[in-house]
Design a protein around this ligand. Structure first.
Ligand code: SF4
Ligand code: SF4
Length: 333
């Protein structure tokens, strides 16, 4: 049985986009540099901002993101600074190109996970979404990281263009030496919004609640715990908005700090970094939206991607859409 992973009240998750540049141009990329900035943050600024989020006294998890974070020439120094500040876990999300010889500049005890993104079990499917050569680069990067003793996880963003290959992933993960499997649902953000990707969005409840848990169970049986967004809630299941009950911060190079990833295409951020301090933004911002209670569950989902909602004849929702950060987890134990 999957375990629903409730939002933690005792830890802080810091999703830090240290730049938005990338060597790839994936079809579903959620980065929107018009809204998020195109600066490459200096090591000095990154360190100053990391200190702000380390101050809470809670256990803090740091996820370093881009763009492609390994394009930052001082990523290794960022990792070492964060360790020094006491971040409890550090993950580097990467498309697998591993620039600046990063595997030789950090040590396995400094990085909890390198998290690779692969969107197909075959080169044809992955490269149609992420670009020519990206399958080979990603799988070569995984092998190199595993060989050097790093723990590796893999993120597979499910869409209508690759759901048919999900069944091949558990064995591929095992063969590559991947330790954790994260399945994501494609969101209509960044480049995917308004670009015709709607047709590829997998939001069908039947597919999501049968295919995804089954593949996750298969991975778990091979010893690879799998995590995926819950997405759908029965009308009587409790709904919670992580923006109100959890400490998640999504930081961008232009200083915007969001609490909800679905808001990142809009100037709705709750905070901004000003003179290296976290400052609340004026109303109206995402926090005002979090407080709206609607029978469909997540407010931002209803505003941005209402196509995944369904209604009964009497006009009431057939189900609620969960917070995008609510996860199910299946492990082999
Ligand atoms: S999805 Fe990631 S790897 Fe792909 S273009 Fe965007 S930032 Fe780069
Ligand atoms: S995804 Fe929806 S429920 Fe989750 S933080 Fe954003 S607005 Fe709240």
């Amino acid at each position: 049985m999957p375990n629903t992973v409730s939002f933690s009240r005792h830890s802080t998750n810091v999703f830090f986009h240290i730049l938005t540049q990338c060597n790839l141009s994936c079809r579903h990329c959620y980065i929107n540099s018009d809204q998020q900035g195109d600066q490459i943050l200096s090591l000095e600024t990154i360190t100053a901002w990391l200190k702000v989020f380390a101050r809470s006294g809670k256990h803090s998890n740091l996820i370093l993101l881009g763009g492609e974070p390994t394009l930052h020439p001082e990523l290794d120094q960022v990792v070492k600074s964060a360790r020094h500040m006491g971040y409890g876990s550090i993950t580097i999300d990467t498309n697998g190109y591993l620039f600046h010889d990063i595997l030789n500049k950090v040590r396995p005890h400094e990085v909890d996970y390198f998290s690779f993104s692969l969107d197909g079990a075959t080169e044809a499917t992955n490269d149609a979404i992420r670009g020519k050569g990206s399958y080979e680069a990603c799988t070569a990067g995984i092998r190199a990281a595993v060989q050097q003793g790093f723990a590796v996880s893999l993120i597979y963003t499910v869409s209508g263009g690759n759901i048919h290959e999900l069944a091949f992933m558990p064995l591929l993960l095992k063969e590559l030496g991947v330790r954790r499997f994260f399945i994501q649902v494609m969101g209509l953000r960044g480049k995917a919004a308004g670009s015709g990707m709607e047709a590829l969005q997998v939001v069908d409840r039947a597919a999501w609640t049968t295919v995804i848990p089954e593949i996750s169970r298969q991975a778990a049986r091979l010893g690879i715990p799998a995590t995926y967004p819950k997405v759908f809630l029965d009308p009587d299941e409790p709904f919670e908005c992580a923006g109100l009950v959890a400490e998640n911060y999504f930081i961008f190079p232009n200083g915007r700090v969001y609490r909800c990833p679905l808001c990142e295409d809009y100037p709705l951020h709750s905070f901004r970094m000003a003179e290296d301090e976290l400052v609340p933004t004026e109303k109206i911002n995402e926090t005002d939206l979090f407080r709206l209670q609607i029978p469909e569950g997540c407010v931002m989902n209803k505003l941005l991607q209402p196509g995944n909602l369904s209604y009964r004849d009497d006009g009431t929702p057939a189900y609620k859409i969960a917070c995008c950060m609510l996860k199910e987890e299946i492990s082999g134990t």
